[in-house]
Design a protein. Structure first.
Length: 262
C-alpha cells in the first residue's frame, strides 16, 4: 500500500484543460473508474423504461457516462469541453437553455455543491422537467466519518452549519460547499419543500464507506496498487456490504432522488 500522495500541486482547477486531465485520471485509475461505473448504473437503471426521452447529465466534466449510456446528452458549463469533444452540450445549470417541460431527467455527479445559487437551478429544473421528470444527484453526505474526511483531507469547504445556500465562488470547481446537499435536502428540507412544492424529494440513500477513499479520487494517487484490481474491487464491495448497518455513521456519499409531480 502506498502512502497518501498528492497528484498535483498548485493546479488551476478552473482552467479549461483541467477537464481533460480529470478524464485521464478517471479512466486510468481502475478503482475510481469502478466507483464511477457504479454511480452511472444507478442512473441507467432509473431511466431504463424511458429510453426515448431527453436525459441530460449536468456538469459531466471528465466523466464517461456517454460511453456507458449513449442516449444521454452530456453537458458542461465550459464551451471548451464541447469544443474538445468531451460533452454534447454547453449548459449552465442556473440558466438552462432548454424549453419548458422538455426534459425527462437530469443527472448530477458531484455537481450540486458547486452551484453558486442552487435555488436558481432548482427553479430551472422545475421549469424544464416534464411532469414525472426526475433528478438524481450524487453528493457528499454529512456523517461523523465524512465530516472528518472532507474537513481534514479535501481542499473544498465542508460547512454543514452555513446559513446561506449560496456561495460567492468565482470558479466553477475551485470553490464550493460539499455540505450543500445535506443543507438543502436534509437540514432545510422544509424550506425546500415550501419553495419548490412541485419537486418531491423521493429518497435520500447514503452509501460509499471505503471505495472512493481507497481510489483517492481525483486529487491523490490511489492507495492500492493496480495489480489484481478486479479482485480488490470485489473485496471492497464486500466490505461495503458488511459496513452497511453503519450507514448513518460511515457513509461519504448520498443519492438524492427528486421527482416533479405537477
Amino acid at each position: 500500500m502506498k502512502l497518501l500522495k498528492k497528484r498535483f500541486k498548485n493546479i488551476d482547477l478552473d482552467h479549461s484543460d483541467t477537464t481533460i486531465l480529470h478524464a485521464e485520471i478517471i479512466k486510468t485509475n481502475p478503482f475510481l473508474k469502478y466507483w464511477y461505473l457504479k454511480q452511472y448504473n444507478k442512473y441507467k437503471t432509473l431511466i431504463a423504461d424511458n429510453t426515448n426521452g431527453l436525459h441530460i447529465e449536468l456538469g459531466a466534466g471528465g466523466g464517461f457516462l456517454k460511453e456507458t449510456t449513449p442516449l444521454i446528452k452530456t453537458s458542461s458549463i465550459l464551451k471548451s469541453d464541447k469544443e474538445n469533444g468531451l460533452v454534447d452540450l454547453t449548459l449552465n445549470a442556473e440558466t438552462l437553455d432548454l424549453e419548458n417541460n422538455s426534459v425527462d431527467s437530469f443527472f448530477m455527479l458531484d455537481v450540486f455543491h458547486h452551484l453558486k445559487n442552487p435555488k436558481k437551478f432548482l427553479s430551472e429544473a422545475n421549469r424544464c422537467l416534464k411532469k414525472n421528470g426526475v433528478i438524481l444527484m450524487i453528493e457528499p453526505t454529512n456523517t461523523i466519518f465524512s465530516r472528518i474526511l472532507y474537513k481534514k483531507f479535501h481542499h473544498e469547504l465542508f460547512d454543514e452549519k452555513a446559513r446561506d445556500w449560496n456561495n460567492d465562488a468565482k470558479g466553477h470547481l475551485s470553490s464550493s460547499n460539499q455540505a450543500l446537499g445535506y443543507i438543502v435536502f436534509e437540514r432545510d428540507k422544509d424550506i425546500f419543500k415550501n419553495e419548490f412544492p412541485n419537486l418531491n424529494l423521493i429518497q435520500i440513500k447514503k452509501h460509499t464507506f471505503f471505495q472512493y477513499i481507497l481510489s483517492c479520487g481525483l486529487s491523490y494517487e490511489p492507495l492500492l496498487s493496480e495489480k489484481s484490481e478486479s479482485l480488490k474491487n470485489k473485496i471492497v464491495d464486500y466490505l461495503e456490504t458488511i459496513a452497511s448497518p453503519l450507514t448513518n455513521l460511515l457513509s461519504t456519499y448520498m443519492d438524492i432522488y427528486i421527482k416533479k409531480t405537477l
